[in-house]
Design a protein around this ligand. Structure first.
Ligand code: ZN
Length: 152
């Protein structure tokens, strides 16, 4: 009987260990979590916001609360420049519900460089975020590469 109990205890330990490890991984990759629409989360400003390319290729920016859900817009304003340096597309964003939506779609291409310029209040310093909008499907997670959460 004693033997059976120690075997049971050992089995329990084995069962618990992988669970803890999974939670560690989750924590480690927190910054790569996708936004509520499956977009890229920009964490350079508070609150963070999600950069999402809509099916019509217009850009949707959603500011997020601590829980990762959309929060109401305050005074933030965003402009952006994207595409080829020789003929860049300049974007302005207008309020649409709780989100900011661009006036134009992203220029053609599967890999489009973009610079976002964010002002949280009219007097705040402009925060710049540059990255490539990679519209290829990630082979290992459900997101497009620009919003990839698997860090492959
Ligand atoms: Zn991925």
């Amino acid at each position: 009987m004693k033997t059976n109990i120690s075997i049971l205890f050992a089995a329990l330990c084995l069962a618990i260990t992988p669970t803890l490890r999974a939670e560690d991984d989750h924590h480690h990759h927190e910054k790569h979590e996708a936004g509520p629409n499956g977009g890229r989360v920009i964490d350079k400003v508070e609150p963070h916001f999600e950069f999402f390319v809509m099916p019509d290729k217009k850009l949707k920016l959603t500011f997020l609360g601590e829980d990762g859900k959309a929060v109401a817009l305050k005074e933030q304003t965003v402009t952006a420049i994207g595409g080829e340096r020789s003929k860049p597309t300049r974007f302005t964003f207008a309020k649409d519900g709780d989100a900011l939506v661009s006036d134009k779609p992203l220029p053609e291409g599967k890999l489009v460089p973009i610079v976002l310029m964010v002002k949280m209040t009219p007097d705040a310093k402009t925060v710049t975020e540059k990255f490539n909008v990679n519209l290829a499907e990630c082979p290992t997670c459900e997101h497009m590469e620009y919003a990839c959460t698997c860090d492959h």
